[in-house]
Design a binder for this molecule. Structure first.
Ligand SMILES: Nc1nc2c(c(=O)[nH]1)N[C@H]1C(S)=C(S)[C@@H](COP(=O)(O)O)O[C@H]1N2
Ligand SMILES: [Mo]
Length: 517
């Protein structure tokens, strides 16, 4: 009986080894095609696209900026389990091995060729992966049987099996390493264009951040979020590495009198403005950290649209939606009226004084003060199409999110938190509040549901940025609940009703704090 069980375990091992061979071959074969065609990336991207909104929402909430790594790991684990089962099956019914490998390959091919910008060549990596996995499984399964010349009733040859298993593993490791090396070389070309990019000084620089905009309170982040700490939300399993030299932006569509096509250098030669804008994700839960503030440099989007002959709906223009498309097929739609209303909507080329990091959209992204990222902040931009909200639902809108996404007034307590227990006495309670393009006029804090107490506001940079605040609490020992609310410069108080709405979460941030005697 032990023989049967160990045979089963070896079958499972075969499946896992064959899957490894397939994945490594897929990575290697993707190198000359394109990164997006690698089976795991293509299937992962397709899973993201096909997932119901509730699932992606959950993934962003649970994994935040690590949702991609979690998905990749999930796919590999699931594939490993399925491959182990296939290996066990193949040990009994040999044809099941190649048949199963082909089935997995078909899923990879289907995912890869339906990705935005895919060509027929995108099918190759998954095909190669299927052939490698099927071949490896057939070979390893055969080794679980007695050698052809063995006397009848002989057990299988352990030594021959181990030799086949270890050479499969070694060949996979080699193919994987080579694939990784080739990909690094391809990325290096895009990295070189980014490294060579010199952003000219802005014609309209941002005013210096007022000295009083940053409060010196421990636990409060910097006023400008460093690029490496800036939150990242997108559906790209593999960050696009766009070569700026070949990049083009096309502006066309409804009501466009003169179509425009611009290269990266064309943008850099135009009038550049520099502005501080706080970006926020619609998925940011109350108290969450999917919000960041940066100094962006770029071209005024309104200038380009006017040049193309675009008019706002209030001026008789026919298009009410500006649809941005990225190189990875994402679509984001902003109201034309908002983009042309005089605010500093940008095609940004720099973030905090350096070319956009690849993760944040190199070479060019959109930034519109006052709109959530999913309806404005297109990264790796390649096309701007003028259309209507009736005619086209952008990516997230088609998945149940609101078509229009003005940012809701919010406030957050950054210190103290559940993880730091202050001592009784004067405790600074501090955080940030934002109401982009309107500005913050007041922040209040209360303890244990008591009366609202006015916090001290840090100096305002611009109405498009968040504002830090601090309140000095005479804390007594014990468990307490702190709560915060902000008021915008129109006098509107941040709503109390708690809703994880499809147009941005509302409610007030509460923090439980244990004060030590
Ligand atoms: N191409 C592309 N652009 C995108 C997205 C995306 O998935 N793909 N996500 C949007 C969303 S939902 C947000 S909140 C912002 C986040 O920008 P960041 O990652 O630079 O913080 O990018 C926006 N731009
Ligand atoms: Mo977002």
């Amino acid at each position: 009986m032990g023989g049967v069980r160990s045979h089963r375990a070896l079958g499972a091992l075969n499946g896992v080894l064959a899957a490894g061979a397939g994945l490594a071959t897929g990575e290697l074969a993707a190198a000359p095609v394109r990164g997006e065609a690698s089976p795991v990336t293509a299937v992962g991207d397709a899973v993201i696209d096909l997932s119901p909104a509730a699932v992606t929402r959950w993934a962003i909430e649970v994994f935040g900026s690590h949702d991609k790594a979690a998905l990749r790991a999930g796919i590999v684990v699931l594939l490993g389990l399925a491959a182990a089962a296939l290996g066990v099956l193949a040990a009994r019914h040999r044809p099941a091995g190649p048949a199963g490998a082909l089935a997995f390959g078909a899923v990879g091919v289907a995912a890869a060729v339906t990705r935005p910008g895919a060509g027929p060549a995108d099918a190759l990596p998954s095909l190669c992966a299927a052939v490698a996995a099927g071949g490896a499984l057939a070979l390893l399964t055969a080794r679980l049987r007695p050698a052809p010349a063995a006397p009848p009733g002989a057990a299988f040859d352990r030594r021959r099996f181990l030799a086949a298993a270890s050479s499969t593993a070694a060949a996979s490791a080699l193919a994987g390493l080579l694939g990784g090396r080739l990909r690094a070389t391809g990325d290096a070309a895009a990295e070189a264009t980014r490294a060579a990019t010199v952003i000219p000084p802005a014609d309209s620089p941002a005013a210096a951040v007022p000295a009083g905009a940053s409060l010196d309170v421990e636990g409060l982040g910097p006023f400008l979020t460093p690029n490496r700490d800036f939150y990242r939300i997108d559906t790209a399993l593999r960050v696009p590495r766009v070569d700026a030299a070949g990049w083009r932006l096309r502006i066309h569509g409804l009501g466009v009198a003169r179509e425009l096509t611009l290269g990266f250098e064309d943008l850099l030669r135009r009038e550049l403005i520099e502005r501080d804008v706080t970006l926020t994700c619609v998925s940011n839960p109350v108290g969450g950290d999917l919000v960041g503030n940066a100094r962006w440099t770029g071209v005024r989007l309104a200038d380009l649209l006017r040049e193309a002959g675009v008019r706002a709906p209030s001026e008789g223009g026919r298009a009410d939606q500006l649809l941005a498309r990225s190189v990875d097929g994402m679509t984001l739609g902003s109201p034309v009226e908002t983009v042309l209303d005089g605010r500093d909507a940008l095609l940004a080329v720099a973030m905090n004084g350096e070319p956009l990091p690849f993760e944040h959209g190199f070479p060019v992204r959109m930034v519109v003060p006052g709109l959530y990222g999913y309806v404005s902040a297109c990264k790796w931009l390649r096309e701007l199409e003028l259309t209507t909200f009736d005619a086209y639902d952008a990516y997230w809108v088609a998945r149940g999110w609101a078509a229009k996404g003005p940012i809701k007034t919010q406030s957050r307590i950054d210190t103290p938190g559940p993880s730091r227990s202050p001592r009784a006495g004067t405790v600074p309670v501090a955080g940030v509040a934002w109401a982009q393009h309107t500005g913050i006029s007041r922040v209040e804090v209360r303890v244990d549901g008591g009366p609202w107490q006015e916090a001290t506001l840090a100096a305002q940079d611009t109405v498009d940025t968040w504002r830090q605040w601090v309140w000095h609490w005479e804390a007594t020992a014990g468990e307490h609940e702190l709560q915060v609310r902000a008021t915008d410069r129109d006098g509107v108080v941040q709503t109390e009703s708690e809703a994880p709405a499809d147009d941005g979460a509302t409610g007030r941030h509460r923090v439980r704090v244990r004060v030590e005697p």
